[in-house]
Structures are given as C-alpha cells and as structure tokens.
Design a protein. Structure first.
Length: 306
C-alpha cells in the first residue's frame, strides 16, 4: 500500500519538479535569449516587440549587429588588454592558490591554523568595504605617478595600466578549496614522492596538481568570468580618458554610448546595443561550457566519504 502511494506521489512530483526546473531555467536564460534575438531586429521591429523579440526572417544581414563589437576604435587593444589581465590573474591566482592550499594542508608550522583562519576571516568582509582604503593606498603610493617618497604630490597608481595587474594575486577561497581537496586525495601519494626524493614544489605541481584539475577548473571559471566582466575596479581606479581601456569599462561602454547617440528625441539603436553586449559576454560563456564537467566534479570533491 505504501509503495502504491509513493509511486502515485512520484508520478505527480517528478513532472512538477521538471516543470519548475524548466521555468527556472527559462527565467535565468531570458536576458541572454532576449539580448541575442533583440540584436537580430531592426530599430523599427524593436519598437513592436512585447515579451520576446522575434525577427521577421533570418538572413546574413541580421547578424551585422553582432559584428559591431569589432568595428569600434581600439577594439583589438581593448581585447588584448582584457585577455592579458584575465590570463595573468588566472595564472597567478591558480599558482598561489595551489601552492598555498598545499602549504596549509601538508606543511606543519607553528600557528598554521591561526593563519588559515585569518585568511578565512577575510572572506567575511565584502570587497566594497575595502574600496576606499585601497583607493587611498594606491593614490599615495610612494615614488609612483609623480609622488615623492612620502606619497604626496601626484596621483600614485591611479589611472596607470599597471594597477589593473597589481592587486588580488591570491585569495583565501582558493586556499580553502585546494586544502580541502588535498585532504580528500590523501597523503600516501605525496609521501611516496617524498620518499623518492621529490621536494615540495615538485610534489605539489607534478603529483597533486594533475589530481586537482576539477578544483582548478572551478577556480579558472570564477577568475575568467570575474575579471572579464570586472566593472567596479576599473571604473574606480581608471579614468575615462586613460589608455588602454579594458572591455567592460572602456570599449563596450563607449560603443553603447555611440549606438545610443542620434538626433534629438531619437530612439537609441537598441538592437546594436544588444549585439555589442551579446558579443562581449560570449567568451566567459564559452569557457564555462568547455569546463562545466570539470566544474561540477570540482564542486563535489570531498562531499562523499568512503
């Protein structure tokens, strides 16, 4: 009797769960779908849309708005600077994250737990809280940007391209991920490498690093998406006239403004704006799709024991 009741409940709840998941997925993907389909419209067609923009027909010319991203001034400089910044932070954060996680997992030293929890406490503080102190620190950086040895007389690092590569070389979240994953892997492999004469650096990067690929994928996705779409930091520390500009704060914004300009009381070219935004957000989406399998494995590492 109980099995019959359970099977009847499953027949109702399982389709309902799929329906809720499908609706939730559509709601989350709706802005992405709207942006892509809106870029295929003309200005006249855009004025007639209601819930979802549907182009009257498909032709090669309708994809022209997606290519406007590559038609602006200094586009390749902006792309190159953004790629340089994204790849630099990905490499540096993964290097220090794996190394730091290994140290906190395998190297015994006095105060190890206290130092680790100190790093974890930094995760409790919102980044926006440190924005103003960071600005004051960079603007008063000694012997940089016209400043004297006391940090006075100039603008410090503010407005200089070097500031886009200077802060944020490691994070406590990466230490935590790698440390817990190394605990899950176990110490027998590392001990075997030490017996064979391998040092700590060789052990961590030739023995543990290949086993940490899922965790590295989690870190890589977060770093690429975060730095490719970073708007607040460049907005605060780089002026609009500074050069070169990265994509989120510089090139994309300027192209959107250009697309919105027109005669007085005219309607901005929203399809062009959608095309520019859609093309700009494609790279992190592609990265996520390529690494999603490793990403899921990395999130579940250490969740099952036995």
């Amino acid at each position: 009797m109980k099995r019959g009741i359970k099977s009847k409940a499953d027949k109702i709840l399982v389709p309902l769960a799929y329906l809720i998941l499908a609706l939730g997925g559509f709601v989350m993907l709706y802005p992405f779908i709207f942006s892509f389909m809106g870029s295929l419209l003309t200005k006249a067609e855009y004025l007639k849309i209601s819930v979802l923009p549907v182009p009257g027909g498909l032709s090669v010319s309708r994809f022209a708005n997606l290519l406007k991203f590559f038609q602006g001034k200094n586009v390749w400089t902006s792309i190159g600077m953004t790629l340089l910044r994204t790849l630099f932070y990905a490499f540096v954060n993964i290097f220090f994250g794996v190394l730091g996680g290994y140290i906190f997992a395998k190297i015994h030293f006095r105060g190890r737990k206290a130092v680790f929890f100190y790093f974890l406490m930094s995760m409790m503080m919102p980044g926006v809280v440190t924005l103003l102190p960071s600005y004051i620190m960079f603007v008063r950086w000694p012997l940089f940007g016209g400043n004297d040895i006391f940090g006075q007389g100039g603008s410090g690092m503010i407005g200089h391209w070097f500031i886009l590569l200077f802060p944020g070389w490691f994070g406590a979240y990466h230490f935590f991920l790698v440390r817990q994953s190394i605990f899950d892997i176990g110490g027998e492999i590392g001990e075997s490498a030490e017996i064979d004469g391998a040092g700590n650096l060789r052990t961590v990067f030739t023995i543990y690093f290949p086993l940490l690929r899922p965790v590295v994928a989690v870190m890589l996705i977060g770093l690429i998406i975060g730095h490719w779409n970073d708007y607040l930091f460049p907005m605060t520390f780089m002026r609009a006239t500074d050069y070169p500009q990265i994509i989120p704060i510089g090139y994309t914004v300027f192209n959107i403004i250009a697309a919105a300009k027109g005669p007085t009381n005219s309607i901005p070219d929203y399809p062009a704006i959608f095309g520019i935004c859609f093309t700009a957000m494609l790279p992190p989406i592609i990265v996520f799709l390529c690494l999603q399998k490793q990403f899921i494995t990395g999130l579940t590492m250490g969740s099952v024991k036995g």
